[in-house]
Design a protein around this ligand. Sequence first.
Ligand code: ATP
Length: 235
Amino acid sequence: MLKLIDVNTYYGKIQALKGIDIEVGEGEIICLIGANGAGKTTTLMSISGIVPPRRGEIFFTGRPIHEMEPDAIVAMGISQVPEGRRIFPFLTVAENLDMGAFLRNDKSEIKTDLEYIFDLFPVLAERRHQAGGTLSGGEQQMLAISRALMARPRLLLLDEPSLGLAPMMVRRIFDTIEKINTENKTTIFLVEQNANLALKIANRGYVMENGRITITDSAASLLANEDVKKAYLGI
Ligand code: ATP
């Protein structure tokens, strides 16, 4: 479904991605783990067209997207949930969700998707008229994920969904990510520092160091890998 070939991305003179290759198959949950500054967020930014690669290619469902504008990439079926739950704080929950469906005009289907989201996160239905910025951190993460789902993506990019959340909330968010994958048939590409949790729900994973992919394997093998255990699992 998604293929990155020799992707090189820069911020001015700083090279953040140094020739990375990643493949995501339809229906998979793939996680990308790595230390601070490894280039995980930049990988997502390159896929979504916000920080396009300077060299290399990115294909989505067989079509090249590395020279497309971000809105065209969303329209193709890729939605990103940015790190830090960047919702619109002064808009209500309902308005935030409307923004997610901005590029769509299939009104009745939008309504069905809204019902699915309220079923997934009932608290958002209760708070639909409340300003997004007044929600708790966990509720804002639910809203950020839901807003991305309102674009009805085939591929959902998630940047550190566990960041700053209490363990119980993290578990709920991860359970829901699994549910979105199985029930909604949405392919998931997940960037996480909480490698233990991410690898438990993923099919396969990539380890990134200093802008390069250093290990790729099944999630089960990565969980058992001694180097991964030492560096990322705190074991
Ligand atoms: P973290 O887990 O801390 O979020 P990360 O793995 O997501 O880290 P990136 O945010 O992709 O890493 O950063 C990769 C490199 O690119 C880092 O060296 C970072 O300092 C640099 N970088 C990121 N954003 C910018 C920017 N806007 N301008 C210049 N350099 C940047």
